[in-house]
Design a binder for this molecule. Structure first.
Ligand code: FES
Length: 576
């Protein structure tokens, strides 16, 4: 147990010199009583709310609930705003700013008198961003997930369909492009599909990452599936506030919670959920922050053992609200208990095994038993070959069986605008067997590795009834999307990866069963092409993007900054 004198915040407020005088003085300036600073831990609430982050629209209210819990437990809450990465609004991509948010969180916590932290986040990159920062700062941490939005229903021709964000956006857009959906209907969907605050309600990146963080033991049990607009969500936020104060006294910080077993649990959960391929990048980056080396082959090995059991879009046909009613993550973890390291300690001071002991599946159609999986194809496969020397990933459970073994002629695009223009061309030279290739879309090349990997189907093929093709890139794909998309090709083309050497007309071979991705071009010809290749000219001469391009690691390494990885301690700030 920690004593009052050992708290970080005492360095600011118990100091008997002029600095301590000024710190106490300035807190009283804003109406805080002197005595409230002197005998209790100061707990930060990192809040990623903003008016342009609709998934986090409720987080100012939730911060009040967290504060209530902190005060009830004898702590002093301080709310600190951090960069809000609303997935849909932020351009060119939130991934460009994940490391920015991680740095901001780490440095906010280091530079201010914080004894512990509650992280309020949930929209895609905000979860790994805030968690990576807190891991590196290594003070007691509870993650309070924003929670998924509510479902909506569409009634058409007497048939009721449940709809949600992400997966259905692409699905209905394709139907509109194909002429099967009218403009009026599309406009009605625009106002209904995301009908309440909260994160995307498919098993996209948001729910994948909040579930992974729950599996790591950094949330309270069951927190990640609670719908944002459920009153249980507010109560959970208060519980987070109450618990973090206890954790401060217990000095229960990430380095005491996170082990290789914690990450084994996170990987198992990702696979059982049919989670987003984006997790392959984030989980590796998070592990490296605490000195644990994971590879995409570790993820592949877990995907071979754990089938997709959560019947959630895009691998299944239900939404997060259904998952919550079915028992949420503790129930799913109970089903895959044999694959878990159940002795790992979690934020509530109990082990994973303790937390899931009483969990049960309440709807076996949503959380399937092991003998009735949603898919045996696996939520992730790691591919290797001459086109991806350091690897690439694919999500077989959301792909087409017919394309799992496929050889086709490449149609190559050097940029996203070029590709989008071509997709609308009625004379585009392609058919359903063509392999669409996009490059210069990786961490350095795009920059920021945007979610361009789910290349749209050419309009002329959509109208002919084609709904999937083999697509490949050094980009990522939204976790809410589906299709046969080879992603995260590493090294990326902009740094000279073999993807840079593909020509339109080359044959590309994919064999998921063999984990093989092969460009059918001789080594001699590739060497000849390499001598003629030069790196694309980058227009970023200053600022954050220049820093990003200079220091971002490749997809198989987690796309963290090279100088942020590892556990080398940063000295506490001097207080003079
Ligand atoms: Fe925020 Fe999907 S856009 S979670």
């Amino acid at each position: 147990m920690k004593t009052l004198a050992e708290l970080r915040s005492r360095r600011w407020f118990a100091d008997q010199g002029m600095r301590g005088f000024a710190h106490r003085q300035r807190m009283q300036q804003q109406g805080v009583r002197r005595e409230d600073l002197m005998d209790r831990p100061m707990v930060a609430i990192i809040n990623t709310w903003s008016d342009l982050s609709p998934c986090h629209a409720h987080l100012r209210e939730r911060a009040q609930a967290v504060k209530r819990g902190i005060l009830l437990a004898g702590g002093f809450p301080v709310e600190l705003p951090a960069m809000s990465l609303g997935e849909v609004m932020v351009k060119p991509t939130t991934m460009l700013y994940r490391n920015f948010l991680a740095m901001e969180v780490e440095e906010l916590l280091r530079s201010l008198p914080c004894d512990g932290v509650v992280l309020l986040a949930g929209c895609d990159k905000t979860t790994p961003g805030t968690v990576m920062g807190a891991m590196s700062m290594d003070i007691p941490t509870v993650f309070c997930p924003a929670g998924p939005m509510l479902n909506d229903r569409v009634v058409k021709g007497g048939v009721t369909r449940t709809v949600g964000a992400g997966t259905h956006t692409r699905m209905y857009w394709d139907e509109y492009q194909a002429g099967h959906l009218g403009a009026d209907e599309l406009q009605r969907l625009e106002s209904r599909m995301t009908r309440a605050p909260g994160t995307c309600n498919t098993m996209g990146t948001a729910s994948t990452m909040t579930s992974i963080v729950e599996a790591l033991g950094l949330t309270l049990p069951g927190a990640s599936a609670i719908p944002a607009m459920d009153s249980a969500h507010t109560r959970m936020a208060t519980d987070c506030g109450q618990r973090i104060v206890e954790m401060v006294w217990e000095d229960l910080k990430p380095s005491r919670l996170l082990t290789r077993g914690s990450f084994t649990n996170a990987m198992a959960v990702q696979m059982a959920l049919g989670g987003s391929t984006n997790a392959a990048v984030h989980i590796i980056a998070m592990a490296r922050r605490v000195g644990i080396t994971l590879t995409i082959d570790d993820l592949d090995a877990m995907a071979r053992r754990v089938p997709v059991l959560a019947n959630l879009f895009p691998s299944g046909d239900r939404l997060m609200e259904d998952f919550y009613y079915a028992g949420g993550l503790p129930a799913l973890m109970q089903v895959i208990r044999a694959e878990l390291s159940i002795g790992e300690m979690t934020a509530n001071g109990k082990t994973v095994g303790d937390n899931i002991a009483l969990a049960e599946v309440l709807d076996p159609e949503v959380i399937r038993p092991l003998d009735k999986p949603v898919s045996n194809a696996g939520a992730l496969a790691a591919l290797h070959g001459n086109l991806a020397p350091f690897g690439a990933v694919i999500k077989p459970s959301a792909a087409s069986e017919r394309l799992m073994r496929h050889t086709g002629r490449a149609l190559v695009f050097d940029s996203q605008p070029e590709m989008l223009t071509a997709m609308a061309d009625p004379l585009l030279d392609c058919d359903e067997n063509t392999v669409l290739v996009l490059r210069n879309a990786g961490p350095v090349g795009a920059p920021g590795m945007p979610e361009w990997g789910n290349l749209p189907i050419p309009k002329k093929l959509l109208q002919a009834g084609v709904r999937d093709m083999l697509r490949m890139s050094d980009a990522r794909m939204s976790g809410t999307h589906y299709g046969t998309c080879v992603l995260h090709i590493s090294p990326e083309s902009a740094v000279g990866g073999p993807l840079a050497l593909v020509h339109t007309g080359d044959l590309i071979e994919l064999d998921v069963a063999q984990r093989r991705l092969h460009l059918q071009v001789s080594d001699e010809e590739l060497a000849r092409r390499r001598t003629a290749w030069s790196a694309p000219v980058q227009p970023f001469r200053r600022g954050y993007t220049k820093l990003y391009q200079a220091h971002v690691t490749q997809a198989h390494e987690g796309c963290d900054f090279d100088f942020l990885q590892g556990t080398e301690p940063t000295p506490e700030p001097a207080i003079y």
